[in-house]
Write a protein that binds this ligand. Structure first.
Ligand SMILES: NC(=O)c1ccc[n+]([C@@H]2O[C@H](COP(=O)([O-])OP(=O)(O)OC[C@H]3O[C@@H](n4cnc5c(N)ncnc54)[C@H](O)[C@@H]3O)[C@@H](O)[C@H]2O)c1
Length: 304
């Protein structure tokens, strides 16, 4: 297949690009390199340095005859979205619409959209299923969920197919410890560089941590079938920040404790996804956390 992958210079998108290329697909990466890096781009991919909001995107989609657009590019900083909802919506809603409108106009068969389970469901008492109530608490979450409605519109009115993947907290090779990064990459880098790690609040906040390799599998499945629906992509298991720190301490054989600081206002105490649909329909069994953390540690050790 001929695939346009937006955000393919980033952490998750570049891992997806590698797998698609490995499977023999023709991959075109479109990325403005705002948080991604040229070093992540697979040598066999064609690279277009462009913003998803650009008017030049139309000509790319018009002339290249893509079968699939896999849309990973996004403004990913939740706090930035809270401070500046217009900026977030400009990229995460209008930029996405620029893709969907041109995809429909020029006969792209399908869009794979990357949503966020953590951002759209809100606080959880038990793992959230795909049909549970959505209560996004940030403009980032509102924008992600809006994309899902827009894609539903394009599928019903214009027959543009889509699959939405709602990721939990993704970790693994190439996650950047700077900026809006996950704790696994931050703690890993700190431990390897013997720098102090900080945990907000008492570290009891729970998240669903999924290894990037499992996320990649979902992107492969979504290439054919599973149309016009959403899938949670997680592990179904809640792990505390403290638990992640302790597990990484064992892996890196690192003794220095984390320093606990003030909790961040508005932070969810728990976010975890029900993955029955992912397991039964996509037939993906997520890796145990320790296995994923060990694979990730190998990457950071090599890099350091
Ligand atoms: N990392 C997670 O835990 C997680 C969880 C849920 C959803 N997601 C989603 O997964 C996707 C990838 O996230 P990631 O963690 O790999 O982040 P990332 O920052 O590594 O990747 C995002 C990529 O998009 C590019 N980009 C940003 N704005 C752009 C624009 N306007 N035009 C073109 N390219 C642009 C960046 O340069 C970067 O390469 C995002 O849509 C994010 O919202 C990530």
């Amino acid at each position: 297949m001929k695939i346009l992958l937006t955000g393919g210079a980033g952490f998750i998108g570049s891992n997806v690009a590698d797998a698609y290329i490995e499977l023999g697909h023709e991959v075109w990466i479109l990325d403005n390199l705002s948080t991604g890096s040229k070093n992540n781009i697979n040598k066999k991919a064609k690279f277009i340095e462009m913003d998803i909001r650009s008017s030049e995107l139309e000509n790319i989609i018009k002339t290249k005859n893509f079968d699939i657009i896999n849309h990973h590019a996004a403004q990913i900083d939740v706090r930035k979205s809270v401070q500046n909802p217009l900026y977030d919506a400009d990229i995460n809603i209008l930029g996405s619409l620029n893709i969907y409108q041109n995809a429909h106009k020029y006969g792209v068969k399908k869009v794979i959209f990357i949503s966020s389970g953590g951002a759209i469901y809100g606080e959880c008492l038990k793992p959230k299923t795909e049909n549970d109530t959505k209560t996004p608490l940030s403009p980032y979450g509102v924008a992600k969920y809006s994309n899902e409605f827009y894609l539903d519109f394009y599928s019903k009115i214009h027959r543009l197919k889509y699959t939405t993947l709602r990721y939990a907290n993704v970790y693994g090779p190439r996650q950047n410890p700077k900026g809006e990064a996950g704790v696994v990459s931050i703690f890993s880098t700190n431990m390897l560089e013997n720098k102090q790690s900080y945990i907000y609040g008492d570290g009891s906040q729970k998240r669903d941590y999924i290894f990037v390799g499992d996320v990649v599998k979902a992107n492969i499945k979504a290439l054919s079938g599973f149309d016009n629906q959403a899938f949670n992509i997680g592990t179904g298991i809640a792990t505390t920040t403290r638990g992640i720190y302790t597990a990484l301490q064992q892996i890196y054989n690192y003794n220095k404790p984390a320093v606990y600081t003030d909790e961040r206002p508005g932070e969810l105490t728990c976010s975890v996804l029900n993955i029955d649909k992912m397991q039964t329909e996509l037939e993906i069994k997520p890796k145990p956390l320790l296995t994923g953390l060990q694979l990730t540690a190998e990457y950071y050790k090599d890099k350091n």
